[in-house]
Write a protein that binds this ligand. Structure first.
Ligand SMILES: Nc1ncnc2c1ncn2[C@@H]1O[C@H](COP(=O)(O)OP(=O)(O)O)[C@@H](O)[C@H]1O
Ligand SMILES: [Mg+2]
Length: 314
């Protein structure tokens, strides 16, 4: 295969370890890999070129697939448009625009999941600090506060009392120039969450992340550690459904174990590979490359089969 990788860093030195692993694995199987760094991708309209790299048009016939590693938090709509442009130019893209765009926005994520029956914690979007007093009546304390475009646990706060909630929310609404969400705190999760790595309709690896002492966020970036996780069938089913509802091919679903069953808190469109490979003992990069091979077999553009209509919709 000829694989293009779309990365949102500025050059090879900044490539994420997970992306490097995918590249190494693909090359070891004899595939050709070319990395496109997003700052050098040109979107062109009205001149028939559509998409360029370092100023030169890229030919979709020369690539079987573009694998996207959407490691951005800034300007999600602009960055997601780069992904879309590859699709509109006729490339077969994994993870496509729509899934990434939804996953980057925590409101849109919960909206999709809730609408399609995936259990999520009780969450209220607050857009006006004046309505906060009323909103906070809906929750027991402590309560979780989240910014809409956060990642790695940055932008997730906990307020132990009404008194501490108000200044946090006021500050965040002003700083973010937009809404924040209040969410019920799942105390019984005890600082643990499940990360479920989903490829297509399959769970390929899972781990439990445990927050370090004195911390409620289980993210690695906040010092979380890993334990082996044994998922129930229901947890697996929910993770797969969450990934499908979002429209993602490659995803990392975060689940909290609650007294009322598993609840999904977010779906990552750029799930890390290193931590989960260590935590689960599964070579996730190898699983990804095998998945890509199967998908290209099914939809690969170089094989001259037209892309299914649903993949070409604007
Ligand atoms: N409602 C909640 N109750 C308890 N802990 C939570 C809740 N929401 C998030 N957390 C903790 O905070 C971490 C980060 O939250 P998450 O929504 O996944 O944001 P991020 O995108 O920054 O990872 C989670 O992994 C979990 O450990
Ligand atoms: Mg998370």
């Amino acid at each position: 295969m000829r694989i293009g990788i779309l990365s949102f860093v500025a050059g090879p030195k900044k490539l994420a370890i997970g992306t490097k692993r995918i590249i190494r694995e693909a090359k070891s199987r004899g595939h050709k890999v070319k990395v496109f760094y997003s700052p050098y991708v040109g979107l062109e309209f009205g001149n028939g070129k559509k998409i360029t790299y370092q100023g030169i048009a890229i030919d979709p016939k020369k690539y079987d697939v573009i694998v996207v590693r959407p490691g951005f938090t800034q300007d999600p709509s602009i960055n997601a448009s780069i992904i879309k442009q590859f699709q509109l130019a006729g490339f077969y893209v994994l993870n496509g625009y729509i899934g990434v765009f939804r996953a980057k926005n925590k409101i849109r994520t919960l909206q999709m999941l809730d609408h399609f029956g995936v259990p999520v914690p009780k969450t209220l979007v607050v857009r006006d600090p004046q309505l906060l007093a009323q909103a906070s009546e809906e929750f027991l304390f402590p309560v979780i506060i989240k910014v809409i475009f956060g990642t790695h646990g940055k932008g997730v706060f906990i307020a132990e009392s009404k008194r501490s909630l108000k200044p946090i929310v006021e500050y965040l609404i002003a700083k973010e120039k937009g809404p924040v969400s209040l969410q019920e705190y799942i105390q019984e999760a005890k600082g643990c969450d499940l990360r479920v790595f989903v490829l297509g309709k399959k769970v390929v690896a899972t781990m439990m992340r445990v927050a370090k002492s004195g911390e409620f966020r289980a993210n690695f970036h906040q010092g979380g550690s890993v334990q082996v996780a044994d998922l129930s069938d229901e947890e697996k089913r929910i993770a797969i459904k969450a990934s499908q509802v979002m429209g993602l091919d490659i995803s990392g679903v975060d689940i909290l174990r609650t007294h009322k069953g598993p609840k999904v808190i977010e779906v990552n469109s750029n799930p890390g590979i290193e931590g989960i490979s260590k935590g689960s003992g599964v070579d996730v990069a190898a699983k990804i490359v095998t998945f890509i091979e199967h998908r290209v077999e099914k939809y690969g553009v170089r094989r001259k089969r037209p892309l299914p209509k649903r993949l070409m919709k604007e």
